[in-house]
Design a protein around this ligand. Sequence first.
Ligand code: ADP
Ligand code: MG
Length: 724
Amino acid sequence: MTCGGCAARVEQALRGVAGVRDAAVELLSESARVSAEAPNRAALVQAVRGAGYDAEVIQSGGGPMSESADADLREKLRRNRQALFQAIGLVLPILAIDHFRHSLWSHRPESQIAARLLEFALLVMLGVSPAGAPILVGGVRALIHRTANMDLLITMGVVVAFVSSLYGVFIVRDDAFVHLHAAAMILGLVCVGRYLETLARGRASAAMSALAARAPKTALVRRGDQLVSVPVHQIAVGDVVSVPTHATIPVDGEVIEGRAAVDESLMTGEAMPLTRTPGDRVLGGTIVTDGAIVLRASSVGTKSALGRIVQLVSQAQASRTQMQRLADRVAAVFTPIVVGLAALVFIGWLLVEGRDGLAMAMRCAVAVLVVACPCALGLATPTVVLVASGVAALRGILVRDAASLEAMGLVQRVVWDKTGTLTTGAPSIERIELASGWDASAVLRWAAAAEQLSPHPIAKAIIAQARREGMDLPEPTSFESVPGSGVKARIDGRDVLVGGAKFLRASGVAMDEAASGSSRNADLAAIKTYVAIDGRFAATIVLADALRPSALSAVERLSRLGVQSDLLTGDEEAPAQRVARQLGIDQVRAGVDPAGKVAYVQALRREGHRVAMVGDGVNDAAALAAADVGIAFATGADVAGEAAGINLVGSTPHLVADAIVLARTSLRIIRQNLFWAFFYNILMIPLAAIGAILPMFAAGAMMLSSLTVVLNALRLQRRGFSAS
Ligand code: ADP
Ligand code: MG
């Protein structure tokens, strides 16, 4: 495929296959992702062939990353470089003969014709060489399949120039018809363009390679009573893997022996190395900084945390923005229009100038064909999305798709779900205030047992405390979780409720004692959750959840970017107000249940705001989905959660501001690219039509326009986060 028009046509062909729900073609990696009911691979390949292209089914291997894509790109670069050298080797002599034939050869007509014959020979060699042949074959193939693409335009340009030259040399003996050097230059410049473009694509996907390189290539696996070094993609779930000091953990797994300090910063943003001992989960791609561990593999390849990140990023890179869909549709109809236009130009010149205009008519038609390739249009946004999502991923910002990037660039309002975004989301129990007649460790044990199946940070804190006190927790016989409210479970024949005051009251628990307890100790920073057993209030559990250290500066930075922050929480009024005051947030809403959060976001959107909702991704999935873009702070193994458009791997709210800056810069570059691509075609076609551009300069202009677009996208690598 050579341009957006190609991508659009292949996509259309794939969508036409029975059972295909959706197909997305990625021009840059020349691959397609198809989702289908009972996919018929042969039919898919056949459909692509029917559209004039070739295809094979990519076997998704065991490795977390597409090493083959990397190898493909290198191979392509090698081929394009070779083609470039061959093109230079053949084009230069043609240009030299064309230029010097009068001074080097005698003026006798036979010698001049001999010189021309040499030029013809060299041009034919170029046409059948690995430099020119793929272009011409592509053009002919497009013609056979009645599709129009860049190859076809180039081929038509070259053929017209060639035929015109034959006519000029052998029939009318008029140099005005001879465009041999132009035909050579066109092919040569296309080779230059393709080589530079592949080079730029390699740079654009460098971030992906860096991400993929976080997993080691080999690992030490226990086979029988020996440790064997095996390629990482051969590790299976259940394999026992030994990880020495300073090695990167190859797969996700559970520690079964040893003790180590593990640096998880690349996967979770946690800067401090964490101690991992038997029973703990570790993630592939993290690094053992001290000690050594043996682990049992629990997920490998694309199922591992790192594999999912890589997959998420590469899917994002394949997706398209709304703007690009439009550009692709334009590109798809563009090529046939250009062919028609070239014909019109040809006829026009003949009508105006008569037979004398034939040479001019040929020249202008060739120039129009060559200059009008809509390649820049096809590359305008995909390259930006590619570079942006790669650069972002290295910073811990995982963008789900181009649409999320687009939405992020337009955000004016960020709604923070307090717990786990502005606060650490890892609260710890401060104290347990008991109602009279209850025993602290019994209440903690029941509460912890009830929370075992809840993903809420409060649940984790309660369970951790129980574990620290050496309790083993009974299995609940029934369990119900009410998001944003609490949990209800039956344990040891007792009904246990853990949750907010409203939740317990709604379940018929008298909360008078709880109220008096909190007024005694007006502790504003704390999160409170309440426990009732068999319908009687038993205890208030007071938890402390610290603000993240950079929360204040992140909110301030957002406001400098013109983005207002709102605080939304299911927590009680007092702690919410206090957090808001500390951070300088005016808009606070406390005691909101998940449905209320959705309603709040929807109300903001109805008022015309572009809203980003930031949550922990587990408890706030609905609100995340209701926003223009949902942002989740990913934790632990859940690095590529499903709910959000953007997942943040890290612990600082500054990532939200970073993402906005990057997205805004990306949008600006996308707009520039689309503008230049359109502008280029609109300006160049008329110039070519009136004969102001020679065919060989047309080829140069066409190449420069797509190169400009790619280089403009690469700017993101240097200044993605710095500009605002
Ligand atoms: P936030 O909006 O701050 O993220 P949530 O909406 O998740 O808070 O929860 C709101 C309140 O509901 C909590 O402060 C807590 O009192 C209670 N709650 C929710 N889920 C649980 C749970 N699993 N265990 C205990 N309390 C819970
Ligand atoms: Mg929450």
